[in-house]
Design a protein around this ligand. Structure first.
Ligand SMILES: NC(=O)c1ccc[n+]([C@@H]2O[C@H](COP(=O)([O-])OP(=O)(O)OC[C@H]3O[C@@H](n4cnc5c(N)ncnc54)[C@H](OP(=O)(O)O)[C@@H]3O)[C@@H](O)[C@H]2O)c1
Length: 321
């Protein structure tokens, strides 16, 4: 099979595409032919060895000193089960599934072996591209909004970075749970985030978030440019500040109204998000950029910090669509 590899941290040019034998599913695993995989801010961090402030040394100890130990990146996938380990009874060859691969990554390849417990059935109404797209930002936004901040109908929610993978999911999920959403984005993404459900849109070039006078029940920072003090000032009493891009210090100090840390990858959340996508309540905002050859360009776009929604590759596809 063909797979993308990163042997050293560095620019997108470090990504190479190589022939390699497909993995064999081990105990509890399914081998999936990857029809679509998202290319995310997480992949770009892993490729570059670029982590939130203070995490550099710790992250490299865990993930790899000079380059990612998981040399094939890619944390989400949608595809078709090819083979299952003998102990796997829940899935069978031919099943259409989607899921996340955790720290082992590996979906930027034609095939990946994934624990069966990390896969859910893909609803037929949802394309492979949309299924792969919705999981990264969707699980993050769902974890912070529903499970940590306990968003409720009528809450006011400020989403900073509303046009990215996390932001587009946060706007839509907050709206889904009955909240009133104010989105912060640049002028060019104004209509996108309004269409996704933001009642109000703030162009950060005109009005920096730190200068806002009003208060919110939930402030969700998906950019990493709101300090803890600035965020707390924007909260109503008993509000929650979500720092999705917290540095080490803010992560260690996160308590009370401040919520930070990694979002878990849970199969029941994948199923929930895919059902919302199937019913049309959650737009995955997916753009298919091509096959494995399109990966470098996708990483370049993420590195600009201006990616809109979710970039998706189709590893079986040659060239660009
Ligand atoms: N804690 C966790 O578990 C977790 C999970 C997933 C992701 N994350 C982190 O969350 C962050 C966001 O991830 P993502 O996938 O959403 O990234 P992304 O898709 O690459 O976000 C790009 C978006 O950020 C917007 N943006 C850039 N500068 C901005 C600013 N000053 N104000 C408002 N918006 C701005 C851009 O909009 P404009 O072009 O309009 O500026 C662009 O659409 C990343 O740092 C990622 O590592 C954390």
């Amino acid at each position: 099979m063909r797979a993308a590899f990163v042997d050293r941290y560095g620019p997108p040019e470090r990504i190479t595409i190589t022939e390699t034998p497909p993995p064999e599913p081990r105990k509890g695993e399914a081998l999936v032919r990857v029809e679509a995989a998202a290319v995310t801010a997480g992949d770009a961090r892993m490729r570059a060895g670029r982590f939130p402030k203070g995490f550099g040394a710790l992250a490299r100890l865990g993930i790899g000193l000079r380059g990612p130990r998981a040399r094939t990146l890619g944390g989400t996938l949608s595809g078709r089960v090819e083979k299952v380990a003998p102990d796997v009874t829940r899935l069978a060859p031919g099943d259409q599934v989607a899921g996340m691969t955790g720290a082992r990554m590996g979906s930027h390849a034609e095939y990946v072996a994934v624990p069966a417990a990390a896969l859910v059935y893909k609803p037929t109404e949802v394309s492979h591209a949309d299924a792969a797209a919705v999981l990264f930002g969707g699980t993050t936004a769902l974890h912070f909004l529903r499970d940590r901040a306990e968003v409720a109908p009528g809450d006011t929610v400020l989403v900073n970075g509303a046009s990215g993978a996390v932001g587009t999911s946060a706007v839509q999920l907050a709206r889904h749970f009955g909240a009133k959403v104010t989105a912060v984005t640049s002028a060019r993404n104004r209509s996108l985030v309004a269409d996704l459900g933001a009642g109000r849109v703030i162009d950060y070039a005109e009005t920096p978030v730190a200068r806002l006078e009003e208060r919110f029940d939930i402030v969700f920072d998906a950019v990493g440019n709101i300090t803890r003090a600035e965020g707390l000032r924007l909260l109503n009493p008993s509000g929650s500040l979500i720092l999705a891009v917290a540095g080490l210090l803010d992560t260690v100090l996160a308590r009370g109204p401040v919520l930070a840390g990694p979002a878990p990858e849970r199969a029941e959340d994948f199923a929930f998000l895919l059902e919302l996508a199937a019913s049309g309540d959650l737009d995955p905002v997916a753009e298919v950029v091509g096959g494995l050859e399109a990966l470098r360009e996708a990483h370049r776009r993420i590195d600009t910090g201006r990616k809109v929604g979710n970039l998706v590759i189709a590893p079986g596809m040659d060239g660009t669509p």
